[in-house]
Design a protein around this ligand. Structure first.
Ligand code: J2J
Length: 557
């Protein structure tokens, strides 16, 4: 029996769980981890690429050396406010040069950025500020019609650690009640001063927000050396070179556009990063043409929009060589349209902010690119597929993915209790993703452990049913969720949106359609809800948690 009394409780546990010494030594010995830090790398990139353009945002074109200098001044400003190495700062900046300057400036001052998404609101920002014990909140005063300055003040009133609001844009307000308001520009005007010593390469560089669909968001510590490796190895897989132009369509604070290879991988390759203020084709297509963009990354719901728009917009996408798609399952039928519609190669990416990344390779045969979610990035990635009891499944069958490796976390930040279930005692991260591994080593994502609806003892895979629903010509998007049911425990609810001009299919018609495809009776949705649109997460995936909440609420009013 396990002795629970000796289990480390949340208060005595360390904030960050590192890798065991022997694994760490191996990652260093085998060259995955180098003695480097992200702000130190910017210094060397500036020495290498000096006047080359590093970041384009709106009318701004920021050279490598200029970015380095701005990061120095920002770091001095951060230090002048009294922030010290080891402090945390919540960053909620949209795609623009300020995001990049703040990211490197904070790290250079030894402060760890907590990278939240522009779409986060009071609930998430307050939770993440409290959890991280952040001393500062960095945001635009207003963005997309939302008053971030007011949000910052509210959060400061609720969370005692928060002492500074650093806001982009003009405005008044000097702060009240123990919180000080500074403008971003004011911080950057600070003359460069002495900086704290370089952080330890093994210390957390950033705290990423988990994309998990259950419970409150968690914080993922990514160390300088693991994240540097993550970005460098990803850039190699995508064959990024100096001539490449990477378009950051997704919010830059997300792991995918930040480091897979994204901003960090592109800067490491000496390439140029173009910040896109919105991911829709209206804005992105213009930037692709104007900046001769070569590589970008999207989530599947956006791919559909891009493909449709390319059909009627006659956009000039001729510079684009690679479209990375990840974040949720890409239907093979949509994957098959990418190259014809957008004129570029497709790369599927199955990644997670926690670490493990899987990529289809640029020279993989078409069928693997269209139907799989890639294979692990690193030779040092360890993966295991297990059944409900944690035992390895037969090769090729579906089970939960577990992983360890040189860039996969060993514990969430300040989450000892949760870590006890999310990791095995020997450090495997239980991803909660259901996958199948092909003989080639490529993974096919089959859903999530928690997204199996238990309908009176029968297991209904949400992902499988969604794929069948999307086979119906009148359906443009589908999300299957389990709703509490007094008889069945859970009943199957399909929430769908209709294709343009199509009439919403009735439940009976849909049932007949699914039965015709050979689905078992228990797989047929008990309920079909037709919506105008589905709620999306901050990065643009279908937000099932919100959907379930909304449907639950609608039924209890
Ligand atoms: C199915 N599900 C996928 C895929 C992620 C690259 C790409 C994506 C993310 C990301 C990322 C999927 N097919 N191709 O960080 O660097 C689901 C899985 C996974 C979860 C992680 C990157 N790609 N997923 O999406 O931390 O369920 O990272 O565990 O936001 O998204 O979400 P997140």
């Amino acid at each position: 029996m396990t002795d629970t009394t000796s289990r480390t409780g949340p208060r005595t546990a360390p904030d960050v769980v590192g890798w065991p010494a022997d694994d760490a030594a191996r990652y260093v010995r085998e060259g995955y981890w180098r003695a480097e830090t992200l702000p130190g790398l910017l210094r060397s990139w500036a020495a290498r690429s000096g006047t080359d353009v590093a970041v384009v945002a709106g009318a701004e074109r920021l050279g490598y050396a200029e970015l380095d200098a701005r990061a120095d001044r920002f770091a001095a400003g951060v230090a002048a406010l009294g922030m010290v190495p080891g402090d945390r700062a919540v960053v909620q900046l949209p795609n623009g040069t300020e995001f990049v300057v703040a990211l490197f400036g904070l790290m250079r001052a030894g402060v760890v950025p907590v990278l939240t998404l522009p779409a986060h609101r009071r609930l998430e920002i307050e939770h993440l500020t409290r959890l991280s014990g952040a001393v500062a909140y960095l945001a635009p005063r207003r963005h997309g019609g939302f008053d971030h300055a007011a949000l910052g003040r509210e959060v400061a009133a609720a969370v005692a650690s928060l002492r500074h609001l650093v806001l982009v844009g003009d405005g008044d307000g000097t702060g009240a009640g123990g919180v000080r308001e500074s403008s971003f520009a004011e911080l950057e005007r600070t003359p460069a001063g002495p900086l704290p010593p370089e952080p330890d390469p093994g210390a957390p560089a950033v705290l990423l927000v988990s994309g998990g669909t259950t419970g409150k968001p968690k914080l993922i510590p990514r160390t300088h050396r693991d994240y540097a490796y993550n970005a460098r190895a990803s850039a190699e897989v995508c064959r990024l070179v100096r001539d490449d132009v990477y378009l950051s369509c997704l919010p830059a604070a997300h792991n995918f556009p930040l480091a897979c290879p994204g901003l960090l991988g592109a800067l490491g390759a000496g390439a140029r990063v173009v910040m896109c203020p919105a991911p829709g084709p209206e804005v992105a297509f213009g930037l692709i043409k104007a900046e001769r963009v070569t590589v970008t990354a999207l989530v599947p719901p956006l791919v559909r929009l891009w493909i449709d728009a390319a059909g009627w917009e006659r956009a000039d996408l001729s510079s684009l060589r690679l479209l990375q798609v990840g974040g949720a399952r890409l239907m093979p039928a949509v994957a098959a349209e990418v190259t014809r519609a957008l004129g570029c190669a497709l790369q599927q990416v199955f990644g997670m902010a926690e670490g493990l990344l899987n990529y289809t390779r640029l020279d993989d045969p078409d069928d693997l690119v269209l139907t799989t979610q890639g294979r692990p990035l690193s030779p040092a990635d360890e993966i295991r597929v297990v059944d409900g009891d944690g035992r390895p499944v037969e090769p090729g069958t579906v089970g939960e993915l577990r992983t360890r490796g040189p860039y996969t976390l060993r514990g969430y930040y300040r989450a000892a209790e949760y870590n006890a279930t999310a990791f095995t005692p020997d450090g495997w991260f239980c991803t909660g993703d259901l996958v199948r591994v092909l003989p080639s080593g490529h993974l096919v994502v089959e859903g999530r452990v928690k997204e199996v609806v238990n309908r009176g003892g029968e297991n209904v895979s949400a992902a499988e049913l969604e794929e069948h629903l999307l086979g119906h010509p009148a359906i443009s998007a589908a999300a299957v969720i389990g709703l509490p049911d007094p008889l069945l425990g859970e009943r199957v609810c399909a929430v769908v949106t209709c294709a343009e001009g199509a009439e919403a299919p009735r439940r009976k018609v849909l049932g007949a359609f699914l039965r015709e495809r050979g689905l078992a009776a228990f797989m047929i949705p008990d309920e079909v809800v037709v919506r105008e649109s589905l709620p999306l997460t901050g990065v643009g995936k279908i937000d099932k948690r919100r959907l379930a909440d909304e449907l639950g609420r609608e039924r209890h009013v």
